[in-house]
Write a protein that binds this ligand. Structure first.
Ligand code: NDP
Ligand code: MG
Length: 381
């Protein structure tokens, strides 16, 4: 039996992780659940999975939870997430929290030698060098949940992992893939939240529409697989059937295909290296799909992707700024305080103003993350 601690339990990935656990109760037990503020979603999960420990985002949520439901040990905030992630009873940490708030818990879980299934890509973007350095030192497995990275990870099993020529990440194009730049002036929040292929949380859906999501994923791939930015390509693939590919030195390409169901990569991360049945997921009907399309990714159409490549190549604190500015800008867009195209402008402003620190320590990253967010928010007031 493996004991699981899940950060971001009430989110899109969190709920699908619990769905996988529900199907394999002989293998997994939930040890701790952490969420933000959504008590209404959390209570049924607490009743069903009976975690020993619960973490909520703040004291107000703790009081509300205690009023509505007398329950086991409740912890609060970042400290709480760190405590359950390091807990000696945790075997696998599933980090599905949203944003760079997940960084401390990831780092501390690595120090405690936990296996980590990671969906929280912002952690790797904001401080990939620290995470990977620690993971190497403690020989900890970081198992990707993000579908593109799970695809690459699956292609690299066996003896395949040494002769990589390039990684090819596929991108669906997001909600606005068929719109011109001019048409983007007038899009609304409601339009942006309609992803054509995947059902995901709000932030990652907006990131897909700006193509920042693919930019964050390029940086995530760089760190997870140790591949240079020059050897990571992104291509448009509107069907989202090929989840990503690896080209080897002999120019042979391996791809992983599947339906757009995140439970497949989540389960693979939980059961790795085994593959178990996933009865609720359908087989791909290749005959019905008939054709797959691949197109060139145009940087002029998706400047966020270009900014992410450049931030990644510059390194140091540049990706931290990219991520923090983007988190703050997307949050403003979700509150309807800025337009869709202002997201990329706010991120660009921060990147051009930033004076890079090379090889930053955790403290420097935390300060820059906080200051960048503050500046973005105050710039629109
Ligand atoms: P959601 O917005 O659906 O869920 C986010 C979760 O994080 C919720 O449980 C939320 O709690 C919690 N949370 C948010 N802020 C805090 C905080 N400050 N402290 C504690 N908990 C917090 O996001 P997703 O599930 O879509 O995404 C999660 C991560 O997975 C992201 O990094 C995303 O990029 C990545 N990912 C997601 C995919 C998807 O299909 N959704 C695919 C690939 C990667 P509450 O709602 O209770 O406030
Ligand atoms: Mg992805």
């Amino acid at each position: 039996m493996k004991y699981i601690t899940l950060l971001g339990a009430t989110g899109s990935i969190g709920l699908q992780t619990l769905d996988v656990i529900r199907q394999h109760q002989d293998l997994f037990t939930v040890h701790a659940l952490a969420f933000g503020k959504n008590i209404a979603k959390a209570i049924p999960l607490i009743k069903e999975f009976k975690p020993k420990k619960i973490v909520v985002q703040d004291w107000e949520t703790l009081q509300r939870l205690e009023m509505e439901y007398a329950t086991s040990e409740i912890l609060v905030g970042n400290e709480g997430m760190i405590e359950v992630s390091m807990d000696c009873e945790t075997d696998i940490l599933v980090n599905a929290v949203l944003g760079s708030v997940g960084l401390d818990a990831t780092l501390r879980a690595i120090e405690a030698n936990k296996t980590i299934a990671i969906a929280n890509k912002e952690t790797l973007v904001t401080a990939g060098h620290l995470v990977m350095e620690k993971a190497r030192k403690h020989q900890v497995h970081l198992l990707p949940i993000d579908s593109e990275h799970s695809a690459i990870f699956q292609c690299l099993q066996g003896e395949n992992n040494k002769e990589i020529n390039r990684l090819i990440l596929t991108a669906s194009g997001g909600s606005f893939r068929d719109k011109t730049r001019a048409e983007l002036e007038y899009v609304t929040l409601e339009d942006a939240l309609q992803h054509p292929n995947w059902s995901m949380g709000a932030k990652v859906t907006i990131d897909s529409a700006t193509m920042m999501n693919k930019g964050l994923e390029v940086i995530e791939a760089h760190w997870l697989f140790g591949v240079s930015y020059q050897a990571i390509d992104v291509i448009l693939h509107k069907e989202s059937i090929v989840h990503s590919m690896v080209e080897f030195d002999d120019k042979s390409i391996m791809a992983q295909l599947g339906t757009t169901d995140m439970r497949t990569p989540i389960q693979y991360a939980l059961t790795y290296p085994s593959r178990l049945p996933l009865p609720q997921t359908n087989s791909l009907d290749l005959i019905e799909i008939g054709k797959l399309h691949f197109e060139e990714m145009k940087f002029e159409r998706f400047p966020c992707l270009k900014m992410a490549y450049e931030a990644g190549k510059t390194g140091g604190t540049m990706p931290t700024v990219l991520n923090a500015a983007n988190e703050a800008a997307v949050s403003l867009f979700l509150q309807k305080k800025i337009s869709f195209l202002q997201i990329e402008k706010l991120v660009e402003n921060e990147l051009t103003q930033h004076y890079v620190i090379d090889h930053p320590e955790l403290e420097a990253i935390q300060v820059i993350d906080k200051e960048t967010r503050k500046r973005v928010v105050s710039s629109v007031k």
